[in-house]
Design a protein around this ligand. Structure first.
Ligand SMILES: O=C(O)CCC(=O)C(=O)O
Ligand SMILES: [Fe+2]
Length: 295
């Protein structure tokens, strides 16, 4: 029998939520974002979404509208999404960077040059950064999205290692209520630990039903997809994901958020968007690794 996705209040200790994400591949934090925050993001997103005809092809169930490049749309996106300490605490605890981003996180012990980290302790990357951003609206009348793993982009080139370090973490922010009728995201809990060739059955799917302002956190190796809607009111969600610095970003952030726009954002947001390097990867000679934004 499939069990419902576990949901937590926003003040639950991070360790409990991380344990659930690692075990099930997905967890929900209810009411993580204020109604004012969702209102301000929706004011930028809804006119762009509503200007589109629903579509997107078979993979997406034919009835979605979407907008990407969110951090280029206005400073409210980085303020609310990248300034959220809870989100960063979770990303720190899952991706285990040498340089954590939440104010309360403690960096792991640095490694010696030839030392191999224990993947449960880390460090598992130098830092992490945005992988992709997209507002996803589901309109009445389509089909369920094909169940997929978001890491399909990288998986053909990676060796399966269920005990290895996590490389991505994604967050779905509910900008409307998510219900069974309106296409709440469908997940297959536990499927992040399956053998590569096992396919999910319909009986193994559970939906992330959650009120507006809540957020679902999921690993890149769990099967999931948007649900079909039989509701006249569209379901609006906003996805943003993080990836370890050694993997290339799914959505090109340097085009989505050009340097002139990035320069107007707080330093931590600039770093998370990707204006940062290690001394070995992505650096620019003469610029500070922690802040590679030059104009
Ligand atoms: O919008 C959703 O519920 C999920 C969308 C999704 O998984 C994707 O586009 O990769
Ligand atoms: Fe997905």
């Amino acid at each position: 029998m499939t069990t419902a996705i576990k949901r937590f209040p926003p003040d639950k200790p991070v360790a409990n939520i991380v344990e659930e994400i690692k075990q099930s591949g997905v967890a929900i934090i209810e009411n993580l974002f204020t109604s004012d925050a969702i209102d301000s993001l929706s004011a930028k997103l809804n006119p762009r979404l509503e200007a589109q005809e629903p579509g997107g092809g078979e993979f997406f169930g034919n009835r979605k509208r979407s907008v990407g490049g969110l951090f280029g749309l206005g400073p409210e996106f980085s303020e609310h999404l990248l300034g959220n300490e809870r989100v960063l605490e979770l990303a720190d605890a899952i991706l285990l960077p040498e340089y954590p981003m939440a104010a309360t996180s403690t960096p792991p012990e640095p490694l010696g040059f030839f030392e191999v980290p224990d993947p449960t302790i880390g460090p598992n990357c130098h830092h992490y950064r945005i992988n992709a951003t997209v507002a996803m609206q589901v309109c009445r009348g389509g089909q369920n999205q094909t169940l997929h793993r978001d890491e399909w982009r990288y998986l053909p080139y990676m060796r399966p290692d269920p005990d290895g370090p996590e490389v991505t973490l994604a967050i779905m922010v509910a900008c409307s209520d998510f219900t069974e009728k309106n296409g709440a995201t469908r997940y297959v809990p536990g499927s992040h630990r399956w053998a590569r060739d096992r396919q999910p059955e319909e009986t193994e799917v559970v939906q992330a039903v959650m009120p507006r302002g809540s957020a679902a956190f999921w690993l890149g190796t769990i099967f999931h997809g948007l649900g079909a809607s039989v509701d006249d009111q569209p379901r609006t969600g906003l996805i943003y994901s993080f990836v370890v610095d050694r993997f290339t970003q799914e959505e090109n952030q340097f085009t989505a958020v050009p340097a002139a726009i990035a320069a107007t954002l707080p330093k931590r947001a600039q770093q998370l968007i990707g204006y940062r390097s290690s001394s070995a990867l992505n650096f620019i000679e003469g610029l500070d690794d922690n802040h590679v934004l030059s104009l």
